[in-house]
Design a protein around this ligand. Structure first.
Ligand code: C2E
Ligand code: CA
Ligand code: CA
Length: 571
């Protein structure tokens, strides 16, 4: 009897406990934002718990109804869910998968747990559905921001590098090539300056949008920054060859891009290409090289495509080396001025001297100004160098003038960067006054290309210098954009006819005709002429014949050191 009482008490105690456990369970389930599905694996009985109606608009009664759940998810996710939900087939205890609903409104994390009996047979299965849309959106947003450029929606540099690494490892296995094509809009600065940043941004976006058309599994299109884009092309051949792609892009740029306010804007693009494995097997190096060649293509004339080769690399490394040395040379002012005499064609008298800079490096020897002046212009050290040139040449000239009692014209080459400086005019006049030079004895040489960027500003400075009495000379005439009519509007005194003209004039009738029309125009405008690079007697005779005023060139005198010039002046 006691025994029975004991059993009854025990059962009711257990019942109480079960009740309170169940209450606790229900509470947990009710306050949760998840939905649960409990499945008794032996009877295949199914129970829905929690916020079922937040997830599904149908009820699940039988085990087979699980199909309905599968179909409430997007097509791409059904297989994953099915696999996850049948984990007991693989003897697993827990599995999680995140899926999107068929209407794409929600992301649902499905967690499945199975409890096994001592005989390893599954007893219970619980599937929990949890809404992770918000989290997922945040994650996607982060991923998007980390991989996409917010302006164009194209992949950014980081993502490009990642994809390229994948391409390269694949290419290594499959023995294929990969091209990195750096694309850059020409003269983008003038679009920004001329039409405003908003239009510039629109162009960056529209062009980026256009480029995205090229994107496929084998072509990644990315936007690095500003007007710079980069394409990665796996196994470039046939219609996906780099040349084809570039030609297509180039053709597109023959049509305008239309801005939101209806303006039609034409752009030109330059591309630089580096190929795996020829150029390099490092992604960063490939990108770097592609950019280098695109910059070089710009120097050689824009609107074109150029490929990386070992010559470019050698030149690039050499330039980097020179640029580094240049900084030290500027610090120590390791430069020296040479002077090349100019003679009057008719009398043979000394007309003047052109000051030409020289840099002697202990390792490299003499480095040509044609090489280091552009580098100095690029890194800004030209301002320093130019100031030194002005002071050094003027002080040398004044010393000569006193010592030898000879006056002539001192010609100095001035770079566009120097003219652009706010204090250029004042600074120069300051030096002239410091040494008491007659401004009429100083001639500044400027190239046509220097005028292009900042025509108005530079012209007004040239006028101010001319008003002060300094002579202005147009250097390298005939190599640039020169139209004869625009010469009229320039504040210049002298025209230097470029060596290429002098070289071809005797061989080519057309050059001959052009030269003669230049001379007659120039004489009408009252400009003085200096022919450069005169190397032969025939050239000299010809130039005399067309009444060119002055002659400069190896025939009559090479650029020489101060000592050599002093010997000449003593004569
Ligand atoms: P540039 O102003 O056109 O100078 C004339 C160049 O032609 C000089 O080269 C000169 O040595 C060379 N030359 C003169 N006569 C002959 C000839 O008969 N035959 C040949 N083959 N060449 C001749 P250089 O001295 O190497 O200077 C190259 C360029 O570097 C100059 O071209 C000029 O643009 C720039 N440069 C030189 N010195 C300075 C400077 O002090 N400041 C700036 N900003 N640029 C400079
Ligand atoms: Ca010159
Ligand atoms: Ca010249």
């Amino acid at each position: 009897m006691n025994e029975i009482q004991y059993q009854v008490d025990l059962m009711s105690a257990m019942n109480e406990k079960l009740k309170s456990d169940q209450k606790m369970m229900e509470m947990i389930i009710d306050t949760s934002t998840s939905a649960f599905l409990y499945i008794d694996m032996s009877t295949h009985e199914v129970r829905m718990l929690g916020r079922w109606e937040d997830y599904f608009d149908f009820q699940v009664r039988k085990y087979n109804d699980l199909q309905m759940i599968t179909y409430s998810f997007g097509e791409d996710y059904r297989e994953d869910f099915r696999n996850c939900a049948t984990l007991e087939r693989r003897g697993e205890e827990r599995n999680v998968v995140t899926v999107q609903t068929a209407d794409r409104r929600k992301w649902v994390e499905c967690e499945v747990n199975v409890v096994y009996g001592p005989d390893k047979r599954p007893i219970d299965k619980v599937i929990r559905f949890k809404d992770v849309t918000l989290l997922r959106d945040q994650h996607e947003e982060l991923k998007y921001m980390a991989f996409n450029d917010s302006m164009t929606g194209l992949y950014n540099r980081n993502y490009f590098i990642r994809c390229m690494s994948d391409y390269l490892s694949k290419a290594e296995k499959e023995n294929r090539e990969v091209a990195v094509m750096f694309v850059d809009i020409d003269d983008f600065k003038s679009i920004n300056d001329g039409m405003g940043l908003a239009i510039g941004d629109e162009i960056v976006m529209s062009f980026g949008h256009y480029l995205s058309d090229f994107s496929t599994d084998n072509c990644i299109v990315s936007h690095f920054n500003g007007d710079k884009y980069c394409l990665g092309i796996y196994d470039p051949c046939g219609p996906h060859s780099v040349d084809r792609i570039y030609r297509t892009i180039r053709e597109r740029t023959r049509q305008p891009f239309v801005t939101s306010d209806g303006r039609e804007i034409f752009i030109r693009v330059t591309a630089g290409v580096a190929m795996y494995p020829d150029a390099s097997s490092s992604v960063l190096e490939l990108i770097n090289y592609a950019e280098i060649v695109s910059n070089r293509a710009k120097e050689d004339g824009k609107d074109s495509i150029q490929y990386f080769d070992s010559e470019v690399l050698t030149e690039f490394l050499y330039n980097i080396n020179i640029e580094n040395k240049l900084r030290t040379a500027v610090h120590d002012m390791d430069f020296q001025m040479y002077y090349q005499p100019q003679f009057e064609a008719s009398t043979g008298n000394l007309r003047g001297m052109e000051a030409l800079i020289r840099w002697k490096d202990p390792d490299e020897g003499m480095i040509s100004p044609s090489l280091f002046i552009p580098l100095a212009e690029k890194n800004g050290t030209i301002v320093h160098i130019g100031q030194w040139v002005i002071e050094d040449t003027i002080s040398t000239y004044m010393k000569w003038k006193k010592t030898y009692d000879r006056a002539f014209i001192l010609s100095i080459n001035i770079s566009a960067i120097q003219y652009k400086r706010e204090d250029f005019v004042e600074g120069l006049i300051g030096v002239i006054e410091k040494y008491g030079m007659d401004p009429g004895e100083l001639e500044l040489e400027i190239t046509e290309t220097a005028l292009i960027d900042n025509y108005r500003d530079i012209c007004s400075k040239l006028s101010a210098l001319r008003d002060y009495g300094i002579r202005i000379s147009m250097d390298d005439f005939g190599t640039g954009y020169s139209s004869l009519s625009y010469l009229k509007s320039l504040p210049i005194d002298t025209l230097k006819i470029d060596k290429t003209f002098v070289d071809t004039v005797l061989m080519d009738d057309n050059t001959n005709i052009i030269m003669e029309s230049i001379m007659s125009m120039v004489q009408r405008l009252g400009l003085e002429t200096v022919a450069e690079g005169v190397e032969t007697e025939e050239q000299l005779e010809y130039l005399k014949g067309i009444r060119c005023d002055n002659i400069q060139g190896y025939l009559l005198g090479r650029p020489q050191t101060v000592e050599d010039i002093e010997a000449l002046l003593r004569k």
